[in-house]
Ligand binder design. Structure first.
Ligand code: PLP
Length: 391
């Protein structure tokens, strides 16, 4: 196969990092659904020993994600939170400190509150859309900056390049949770990041079939450390889930193109609708950081958040009235999902902090799927009408 550098992203998604299996050359890499591997002799094996440490199918997925990231093979985990947890346990010890986006996924906040604070690791959650606040939060104990951009659910952006310059000046690591865009729409390494974090549960799988995560970096020592901690805490991806994700990745660029087209259409419709108070979508002229989105993303993505003029109760009635959109957590799959962040993804976040972050109780989040955009619009319209939101 030609070098990945010569291939377009659609080709890399299908062929990047792929090898034919050595037994039968099946076009799909086989599923090695096994816990253990037989040694040829004492101390002689074929590179695999036990599936908590590594597995050929998980290995194949790691190569495929590495090809998309433009890095050596990634390290894959049972969940996105498995990846996030392994990252922090790999680079932080008691007494260390991290700086994080105030709009990170609720689970990333919870790992600090429920686990890391208890073992002497501290974290500051700051508005990383303002690089000055990132720099001001750094202490001599800071080892890592962790940003999520776009942030969840208001899609607030952080300037990856500006934050990476701060990280370099202070000799600390920069990790970017790129789950909302994937390396197809945003390339953290080209913007100076050291580590890319993905919940593969979302667009990478794309079919709402699996839960998983990955860490990618160019730093071989960090990769080795991630694998060691993964083996120690037992957070490796399962072979079957890895096999499913290997299939999902192949259509990632094609899916994202359609996801983004549909999201742009729906966001434009929402913004014009008389029942809607505010729409958060990086592709709209009204989005305050549209310029930054254009600078560091190749498309606005397919996540939208909006608020209704009629307020919280009306928003809940709309959520209960949709017929095609699915009321569900998660994002990035073929099905359009509609979520109420304050009672689901961000339910554990202190209500006062939620309000400060712009996550009102009336905020609705849409993960735009691949149904025809007109059908989603018709579904929202009937839900607005059924709940007397439409004026
Ligand atoms: N990062 C982001 C941005 C997320 O949205 C999520 C989950 O929603 C995670 C990480 C955690 O991933 P998982 O649910 O696969 O553990």
């Amino acid at each position: 196969m030609p070098s990945s550098r010569d291939l377009s992203v659609s080709t890399i998604a299908i062929h990047g990092g792929r090898t034919l299996d050595s037994h039968a050359s099946s076009i799909l890499f086989p599923l090695y659904q096994t816990s253990t591997f037989v040694h040829d002799a004492v101390g002689v094996d074929k590179g695999f020993s036990y599936s908590r440490v590594s597995n050929p199918t998980v290995d194949a997925l790691e190569k495929a994600i590495g090809a998309l990231e433009g890095t050596p093979p990634a390290v894959c985990f049972r969940t996105g939170m498995g990846a996030v947890t392994t990252l922090f346990l790999s680079v932080l010890r008691a007494g260390d400190h991290a700086v994080l986006s105030d709009v990170v996924y609720g689970g990333t906040m919870r790992i600090f509150h429920e686990v890391l604070y208890g073992i002497g690791i501290s974290g500051s959650f700051v508005d990383t859309s303002d690089p000055a606040q990132v720099e001001a939060a750094i202490t001599p104990a800071t080892r890592i900056i962790f940003i999520e951009t776009p942030g969840n659910p208001t899609l607030k952006l952080a300037d990856i390049e500006a934050v990476s310059q701060i990280a370099k000046r202070h000799s600390i690591l920069l990790a970017v949770d790129n789950t909302f865009l994937t390396p197809i729409l945003q390339k953290p390494f080209e913007l100076g990041a050291d580590i890319s974090v993905l919940s593969t549960t979302k667009y990478i799988d794309g079919h709402n079939a699996t839960v998983g995560g990955s860490l990618a970096t160019h730093d071989e020592k960090l990769l080795e450390r991630f694998r060691l901690i993964r083996k120690t805490i037992g957070s490796i991806q399962s072979p079957f889930e890895a096999w499913l994700v290997l299939q999902g990745i192949k259509t990632l660029p094609a899916r994202l193109k359609l996801h983004c087209e549909h999201a742009a259409e729906i966001a434009g419709w929402l913004e014009k609708h008389s029942a809607v108070d505010h729409v958060y979508y990086p592709g709209l002229d009204s989005f305050p950081q549209k310029g930054l989105a254009e600078k560091q993303q190749s498309a606005p993505g397919a996540m939208i958040a909006f608020e209704l003029k009629a307020g919280t109760e009306a928003a809940i009635r709309v959520l209960n009235s949709v017929q095609l959109c699915s009321r569900a957590e998660s994002l990035g799959g073929l099905e359009t999902l509609i979520t109420h962040p304050s009672s689901t993804t961000h339910a554990d976040v202190d209500p006062e902090l939620r309000r400060k972050l712009g996550i009102s109780d009336g905020l609705i989040r849409l993960s735009v799927g691949l149904e025809d955009a007109a059908d989603i619009i018709a579904d929202l319209e009937q839900a607005f009408a059924a709940t007397n939101c439409s004026e």
